[in-house]
Design a binder for this molecule. Structure first.
Ligand code: PEP
Ligand code: MG
Length: 756
């Protein structure tokens, strides 16, 4: 860029003036390209905008034939402009016509120009168009000129995103940005949600683009970077990093990036070119994201996510925005779109305004998904690109039944979904009618359908769903959403509330199950673990920290005074752990009775079967407990050595397979032999087809998310269970281990007109 022309700062100032002037959009664009050409001492400056039909249309030009505006067009990937748009990378050529991708558009009259610099117009890593300058002479544009053009492109991206250019499109044509997009992910929680996008923290929308004073902005950047670095160092220096929820390696990478000179230099450069510090962060990040989007190396892509997180932290520092400000901007029909998020973060949103959740990551048994299910939120996970395709406020539909997400849906799609919602409402009504019918199979076998819960917000569902009780109360959720360990009084209050809401129906409280993927940021006892799922968690942790367990047991015993109390121990690996826990419980009972407290009328202690080693001590286990409950999420994870939170392998193995069902049947039989009640409370219980399989191998009590009870009950009422049991026995006994059980179940359901 020549100094004589004023440099990028002057240009940005001019652009700001132009944005503020009362011009019609075409006039404004014409002025803008003229200013850019003048400022960059280029003979040509042209803007191409990407349309929904993947064509790049010439929207404005200085220097090319003005008659070609809105007529000249190139397909995405075609010509130099199409190549830039498709690759999201700049092209800098001293002799453009020699480039193999060069395509001659006769209407533009561009043949006399040799040198060519084009940059993508990017927003959140998405290409919205291409901005080009050209000169007659064969010259090579300098790095700082590329940088300057990219900065201008960012301003244009903002114009496109705010809908400024939409008025220039011809009838029937749409810009790419407003294009309806349908994406497919995995259905994580059923239900259909219609509403508007709320981007979860990962993207902060920067609106103040132009700086008043670069030095002030550079100072702001430096201060924000300093506190960012300090906070990362601080996190790293703590010994309990594993419990911060952020793996040490990620933090190390953050630290490396935060000190990365190239990154910092690019940020400073963008500020020097006239952007505010936050716009500079957004610009540098958008460029990087667009370039990395084409990378297939999973490691590099993962690093990109780290960079994204870091940039967002920096933006939050700069914009001084805490997560709580989010609640205010949430519309009344919010659909949260996030790359990933913690369970506690979801609960920060005002629940009554939430209509759905879309995650780029997530696995069906990860805790965010369990919480989403608990609060009945239609959820689709593993939707690639959802965050960068969405803008806050976009209309969106989430279909948790078939895993579809429709962004900016067309009227007919919206109409079809409105119909689907009405259909679902009719079905819900049917479930409600079923609610008061006895829960038994078609051939008269009674089954207990229980619900899972974990927070006070779940309690109204007990009556609404018609559950026979709470089969799993995840007490750790109260700990996960708190800022510090809940005091004994707070625990007791919650447990009492639960028992009162249950009104005599059985409730099984699981003792605190933390560790693994359930992190408590304030828990300072843990060390970094290579394999947290196999590490110091659940009953292992609480036996080593008996103070924690004692407090909880005391709260439970007091809350259940005068009632039955059922307690369940998570992640039991050997029977001895049950005995140790019993000792602690007995001691607490003695303590409370000495002080004259009203004690529970009956105390039942159960173990969860989640660790495979229990399978070889089932008889002994059954003698040591009053009941068992299969935690199929963890049991399946350990039996198949498949990390339940790892999206890459989430679907690889099927729990409805001969080996896993044989295991489940073995557990039921051991229970029957010893007269010990057996139930199952993993996510398997909540889908009609897998619930059917569970009944087929002998379960007569299962516990699931409240919203699943209606569909499971509808299945059950039509189910001839004795026929199914015969079929399952035969399949598990005789067929090969690779028999397609899912297909068998589907056929059976079809034959008996059971809707799955
Ligand atoms: C399970 O592992 O199946 C279970 C019910 O416990 P959680 O999902 O809370 O680990
Ligand atoms: Mg578990």
């Amino acid at each position: 860029m020549r100094d004589s022309a004023g440099g990028p700062r002057v240009l940005l100032r001019r652009l700001r003036e132009l944005m503020a002037e009362a011009l019609d959009p075409q006039e404004r664009l014409d002025h803008i390209v003229r200013e850019i050409a003048q400022n960059m001492v280029a003979e040509v400056c042209s803007l191409y905008v990407l349309r929904a039909d993947s064509m790049l249309e010439l929207y404005a030009t200085e220097g090319l034939n003005p008659g070609a505006v809105h007529l000249a067009q190139l397909r995405l990937g075609q010509g130099l402009v199409g190549t830039i748009a498709a690759s999201a990378r700049p092209l800098n050529l001293s002799d453009a016509q020699k480039h193999p991708a060069f395509t001659y558009l006769p209407e533009t009259g561009e043949e006399v120009y040799h040198s060519f610099l084009g940059v993508p117009v990017l927003r959140a890593g998405r290409t919205l168009g291409v901005l080009v300058v050209q000169n007659r002479t064969m010259r090579h544009y300098r790095e700082d000129e590329i940088e300057a053009l990219e900065t201008v492109a960012m301003v244009i991206a903002e114009m496109i995103a705010t809908g400024d250019l939409a008025r220039l499109t011809r009838p029937g044509i749409e810009l790419d940005l407003s294009r309806p997009v349908s994406m497919t992910g995995l259905p994580f929680n059923e239900g259909v949600g219609l509403g508007h996008v709320v981007l979860h923290e990962p993207r902060i929308v920067v609106t103040a683009l132009f700086n008043e004073d670069s030095d002030v902005e550079l100072d702001r950047l430096e201060t924000a970077l300093d506190s960012l670095r300090l906070s990362i160092d601080d996190m790293l220096s703590r010994r309990d990093v594993a419990f911060e929820g952020e793996h040490r390696a990620v933090l190390e990478a953050y630290r490396m990036f935060a000190n990365d000179r190239g990154w910092v230099r690019r940020l400073q450069e963008a500020i020097n070119n006239g952007l505010t510090a936050e716009a500079a962060v957004e610009k540098v990040q958008s460029d990087m994201r667009a370039r990395m989007m084409h990378m297939t190396d999973p490691y590099l892509r993962e690093r990109m996510s780290d960079f994204d997180d870091l940039a967002n932290r920096l933006l939050r520092q700069l914009m001084g925005r805490g997560p709580d400000a989010l609640a205010e901007i949430v519309p009344k029909d919010a659909i949260i779109v996030a790359r990933s998020m913690g369970a506690a973060e979801l609960l920060d949103y005002p629940r009554q305004k939430l209509r759905g959740l879309v995650l780029e990551e997530g696995a069906p048994t990860s805790h965010i998904v369990i919480v989403a299910r608990a609060i009945g939120l239609p959820t689709v996970g593993q939707v690639k690109g959802a965050v960068s395709m969405s803008e806050n406020g976009d209309a969106i539909i989430v279909d948790g039944e078939d895993g579809q997400v429709h962004l900016r849906p067309q009227a007919d799609v919206e109409g079809a979904y409105a119909e689907k919602v009405r259909f679902r409402a009719r079905r819900q009504k049917l479930y409600q009618e079923l609610r008061d019918r006895p829960t038994e199979t078609k051939d008269g076998v009674p089954v207990d359908l229980m619900m899972n819960a974990g927070l006070a917000v779940d309690l109204p569902q007990l009556a609404q769903s018609g559950a026979a009780g709470i089969g799993l109360f995840r007490t750790e959720l109260q700990f996960m959403v708190a800022a510090a360990f809940p005091r004994v009084e707070a625990q007791e209050r919650l447990y009492r509330e639960v028992l009162e809401a249950a009104d005599g129906k059985p409730v099984t409280f699981r003792t605190i199950d933390i560790g693994g993927d359930k992190v408590l940021p304030y828990f300072k006892g843990a060390q970094h673990e290579e394999n947290p799922a196999l590490g110091w968690r659940a009953i292992r942790l609480t036996l080593d920290r008996p103070g924690l367990l004692r407090t909880q047991i005391r709260a439970l015993l007091k809350a259940a005074g005068g009632r039955e109390l059922r307690m369940m121990l998570p992640m039991v690996t050997e029977v001895n752990e049950v005995r140790q826990a019993r000792d602690i419980i007995d001691r607490e009972v003695r303590h409370l009775s000495r002080f004259g407290y009203l004690l529970p009328t009956r105390l039942k202690i159960g173990a969860m079967i989640e660790v495979p080693s229990l399978l070889w001590q089932l008889d002994e286990l059954m003698q040591a407990v009053d009941f068992v409950s299969v935690g199929s999420n963890d049991l399946f994870q350990f039996v198949t050595a498949t990390d339940r939170g790892n999206t890459r392998i989430a679907d690889r193995f099927d729990p409805l397979s001969v080996p896993f069902l044989r295991i489940l049947r073995q557990i039921v039989r051991a229970g029957d032999q010893s007269g010990t009640p057996v139930t199952l409370c993993g996510e398997l219980a909540g889908r009609p087809i897998s619930a059917m399989a569970l009944l087929g191998v002998g379960f007569r009590s299962i516990s699931m998310a409240p919203a699943a009870i209606g569909p499971v009950k509808a299945m059950l009422c039509e189910l001839p269970l004795s026929d199914l049991s015969v079929m399952m026995d035969e399949a598990l006994a005789n067929h090969s281990a690779s028999t397609d059980i899912r297909a068998l179940l589907r056929d059976f359901a079809n034959k008996h007109s059971i809707a799955l």
